[in-house]
Design a protein around this ligand. Sequence first.
Ligand SMILES: [Zn+2]
Length: 339
Amino acid sequence: MKSNASYFAGLDIGGTTVKAVLVDAQAEQAGALVEVRSLVKDGYEATFRQLELALEQLAAGAGIERGAIAGIGLDVPAPSSDGVIWGRANLADDWVGTDIRGLLSARLGLPVFMTNDGNAAAVGEYAMRKEHTSSLMLLAPGTGLGGGLVLPGGRCYEGVNGLALEVGHVSVPFREDDGSLPPCSCGLTGCSEAWVSLMALRRRLALELAKPQWAAHPLNQTDAPIADKAFRLRDFAQHGDELAVSIFRQQGFILGYLIADLVRVFDPGLVVIGGGLAETSFRDLFMTWIEEGFADRAWSVYRFSPLDSSQATTRFEWAIGGDAAAAIGMAYAARELFQ
Ligand SMILES: [Zn+2]
């Protein structure tokens, strides 16, 4: 199997860009991160052309022939099983039910590993922590709430259908003021994603701004769409705005509460928090809210070693890979699988 072809490419298909990373046989990055436009809404054929463009740029950037690339790791922004996407998300219709992995593999003449973006980012965070060897669980609040679990040794746990760690659709015991359960994008109610995500942020903000106590809030003095107001909420939180802080505090608490139950299932060595909040100046505060929710639900045995009660056994860290984590993870996975 070994040949001169000893480079491995990670391709991360996002809604606006495709990010690509190349690693060599020693798992060292070769060349720089490449970004090309994502054409996911134009269908998979248009996207495959962008992936080929990204591979050309990766090879050029590393000073190698494209033929030296021996395998591909690909992640997609939708649930998929065995190389086939079944949830549409923001993709064009032709992605759904198509053997994307098989078609891409045939087109490139290369083996392709394919998974979702949460799994890919988890592998990336693992790969970037070279000293870390135990399991790692990632939770990434973004548009939705993604997750991933990497086992000791670096292999992602995908589940038999590729649908493990769909943490955003685990139910949490929280209710609205009127006792109802919030609706989720998946069609169910009461999912964690309906509390902890950008979608949840928009819904919560709209509900709060309708209350008399926030009538004088600056966000109530504009006709901007709720999506724009929610986008500005981070800035407000960074400046200590009471409304913004209360909304993010609730999100952090519920995320911590969810993590406590997930830790009860997986007992991971490290919990990594990803998503856009990792880049905000109030992230330290957000982490204390996560830990509040965690402490409310977790048994102390999961928080502190029974042998040394001063030693925390469940550690939390912010993601370090930023939006390159998924591409890095897929390059790493391709090397692990196809070298
Ligand atoms: Zn759901």
